[in-house]
Design a protein. Sequence first.
Length: 364
Amino acid sequence: MTVFASRRARLLDKLHLERGESFLVTNVFNVYYLTGFTGSSGWLLVTADKPFMISDSRYRTQLSEECSDLECVIRDSASTALESLASTVGSAKIQTIRIEADSMTKATYDGIDAELVGVELVSTSAIVEELRSFKDESEIALIRRSIDVNQQAFLAVRAQLRPEQTERSVAFQLEHEMRERGATGVSFDPIVGVGPRAALPHGHPSLQTIGADPILLIDWGARVDRYISDLTRILVTGKIPPKLREIYDIVLEAQLAAIAAIHPGAEIKAVDAAARKVIEGAGFKEFFGHATGHGIGLQVHENPNISPIRDGVLAASMVVTVEPGIYLPDFGGVRIEDDILVTESGREVLSTLTKDLDECVVEF
């Protein structure tokens, strides 16, 4: 049994489909997770008896290579995806279809509802996403590889930093170095912030030169064979400002506290609270406004979300980020982020770049 067939078996165990029921997977990440299909146009219809892969003739050869264990319904240019779905649903005598309400557009829903007369559509939430939160060995290996590529690229860029470089040029160089080392893309557009712009948690790189201020925040991630990493580090291009050291030490203490709270069975809210307690206790509550972390895998934000408003517990084989921060307008920001694997006995910090502030000083 392939890893994809194994995942579909887990999905069937979760769905408990009766005869006449099915589950339609339209989210492109979920389709890949369950089938291995890397095309951009494909729906997976899972029934109690067998799965159907619905796509178009552009992917005929690709489907034969990637989905040889599936019954593929391939349409030509004279028919639509809805017509192919209707034909498949009719031949399989399906009366009820569960859909991915979190990602399906209203237009697609309305189109399916109009085409499939007499078929009941039932909304579901995060069915496949919950399965994806538990990484198998192959996924963990790819995340490790992504982190390795990520870290190598960062060290290469750090070694070449020059004061006249802009935030934008650093971001471009990071992507180049990641791809040179085997990345197939980036997890997200790199975030590079100098000085006060480091206080923008999701700021876009600008033409600000990195020599204009000693604070340099870099948040970046590599995509390797569809799996991603997500790290953040602070570099100092000059003498360490006392105020930076103060908030850096607080953020690092908060991050280490949250990491220490990670283990199988740990409440998500408790992990978030471990970091938030340190930052709030130091008087910076209003300057930490985002979640402490999130799951990673095929996407940069997956379940579980480590925040004060999410219920649930961590379990072995989940991979999450831990990334508390303090952002001071007109001064700068500090975020420290690592990728963490929840193990059977606790946790493993997968990323290894230094977090000692004195070792983060760059000399031009």
